[in-house]
Design a protein around this ligand. Structure first.
Ligand code: HEM
Length: 511
């Protein structure tokens, strides 16, 4: 055999060996879950369930339901290369969210997230490990009941504008897309509570704040999602996203909020104010920690947030609080349009407890039926219905081993509609949350704000904001079902729970 042929056959052999090695590595990867006792569908090589996900009209409502029915309360699948484990078992949920929190501290952000600017990545939602803990510890006091009380007047001002706007729409006698009005309200509310600026997005949609905020929440079409989907399949794509700064959040909007926050912070530092917004509260936390002693300073600096970090938190409140709270209000009005008897009870309670008098924080806290109604709305339609935890170290629960690096998914929508956890789960019944009955609900199965040390930091704020809006609006108008109201709602679940079409209801002036 001549030298050329020897080289050719050696190369061929090496190529075959390399291919076999690759097949072996891919095979090992895509059988990891099964080898660890986690049942699930046989994955399509490289893409996992990605194609089913793209085809599905209801997103994870249908997919998770199918997996649960076929494989049980702990099941696994692959999204691209990533290993995912769905859990609806209460005991394991308790371990993941609370008891073994140190092994589940972080969220899995996904490879597609790498290209986002630091304004986004510095937000507490996205931070990891010790850095998350430090940030969360500094932020927690800013959400106390006392601080919220001080923001009450601003929230009330925004809610008054909202009620007036609904009243105007009642004169028009046309179906109303309630999300548009509630979205503008939550935007105003966040602008004043997070940044301390008065925006009237409810009546001035051309305000620069509004113009830059709106694109953040418009879902990307398939073409624009391709780079992020590729990152889930092909190793190395996330590196390219980072290098070329290809971000899920629109760059222009991020730049706008980054420089706006920066100049607000600088301005506040130069001209101290007694404003009571999150920006100021975080700045106060920074100043309180500043002892003036240089040695101390270095030690203490781990306890403070940098200007850049403060800016990121204010931006995050906006991302986390805008769509979620507006969604809660959208679903609440939809329910009221279909259930006039619930509307009646709410209005009666508002008349008895508030009447024509001024609304206060304490009066709001005394609205018991309102609280039951809001909780049941959050159970029935949890706005942020699917969240996750990253598995840091391999851990075993009974027959299941969760490999390090995999992701545990918690589908609150599915858990809230599980007949083993809620009797007649598809019946809307605020009485489930009455004083007598609510103790029968296992807290780990009510997850609209997540659970454990990494739950929603804005929960109290969201509840106060939503309840003020409902009181003010229901004092003025009534929601009714109209021919354009779609019943039942068709929903899609990605992380947020969204209706397929805008929710349209009739609005009538309350007599
Ligand atoms: C009805 C409205 C809201 C709902 C349903 C909601 C729901 C959630 C959920 C499910 C999580 C994940 C929890 C977990 O992983 O266990 C979360 C996290 C978070 N939410 Fe909310 N949220 C709402 C409003 C707000 C508001 C108004 C703010 C801020 C002003 C906010 C700020 C945050 C932050 C910062 C996190 C991340 C916490 C961390 O990682 O430490 N949320 N939210």
């Amino acid at each position: 055999m001549d030298l050329g042929a020897v080289c050719f056959y050696t190369l061929l052999l090496l190529t075959v060996l390399l291919l076999l090695l690759l097949v072996h590595v891919v095979y090992r990867r895509f059988t990891t879950l099964r080898r660890n006792g986690i049942p699930g569908p046989t994955p399509y090589p490289l893409v996992g369930i990605l194609l089913q996900f793209l085809r599905s009209k209801t997103g994870f409502i249908e997919i998770d339901n199918y997996l649960f029915k076929k494989y049980g309360r702990v099941n696994g699948y692959y999204f691209g290369r990533a290993m995912h484990i769905n859990v609806t078992d209460v005991d394991i949920l308790k371990h993941v969210l609370v008891k073994d929190f140190s092994n589940f501290t972080d969220r899995t952000l996904g490879d597609g997230f790498a290209g986002n600017p630091t304004l986004v990545l510095n937000g507490v939602f996205f931070k990891q490990g010790q850095d998350w803990k430090r940030t969360r510890n500094i932020m927690t006091p800013t959400f106390s009941g006392g601080k919220l009380k001080q923001m009450f007047a601003e929230l009330e001002r925004c809610a008054n504008t909202l009620a007036e706007n609904f009243l105007k729409r009642s004169d028009e006698g046309k179906p109303v897309s309630v999300k548009d009005l509630f979205g503008a309200f939550t935007m105003d509310a966040i602008a004043c509570t997070a940044f301390g600026i008065q925006v009237n997005s409810q009546n001035e949609p051309d305000d620069p704040f509004v113009r830059h905020a709106v694109p953040i929440f418009i879902p990307r079409n398939l073409i624009r999602r391709i780079p992020f989907l590729l990152a889930a399949i092909i190793p190395g794509v996330s590196f390219l996203l980072r290098v070329f700064k290809i971000a899920i959040f629109p760059k222009e909007s991020c730049d706008f909020f980054s420089s706006m926050g920066q100049s607000l912070i600088e301005d506040r530092k130069k001209n101290p104010t007694i404003k009571m917004d999150f920006l100021q509260l975080l700045l106060n936390a920074e100043l309180t920690e500043n002892s003036g002693d240089e040695q101390m300073e270095t030690k203490e600096s781990t306890k403070r947030l940098s200007t850049e970090e403060i800016n990121s938190q204010a931006f995050l409140f906006f991302i986390a609080g805008y769509e979620t709270t507006a969604s809660l209000l959208r679903y609440a009005t939809y329910v009221l349009a279909l259930h006039p008897e619930i509307d009646q009870r709410l209005v009666q309670e508002i008349r008895e407890q508030v009447g024509e008098s001024e609304l206060t924080y304490d009066k709001l806290s005394n609205l018991k039926y309102m609280d039951q109604f809001v909780n049941e709305t959050l159970r029935f339609y949890p706005p942020f219905a699917r969240f996750n935890r990253h598995v840091t170290n391999t851990v075993t629960y009974g027959p299941y081993t969760f490999p390090a690096g995999s992701t545990v998914n918690i589908n609150a929508y599915q858990i809230h509609h599980d007949p083993d956890y809620y009797e007649d789960p598809d019946v809307f019944d605020p009485e489930r949350f009455s004083t007598e009955r609510k103790s029968t609900i296992n807290s780990i199965t009510f997850l609209p704000f997540g659970c454990g040390p990494r739950n929603c930091i804005g929960m109290r704020m969201a509840l106060v904001e939503a309840k003020i809006a409902l009181v003010k609006v229901l004092q003025k108008v009534k929601f009714v079902r109209c021919p354009e109201t779609v019943v039942p709602l068709r929903l899609k679940l990605l992380g947020l729970l969204l209706p397929e079409n805008p929710v349209l209801v009739g609005v009538e002036k309350r007599q």
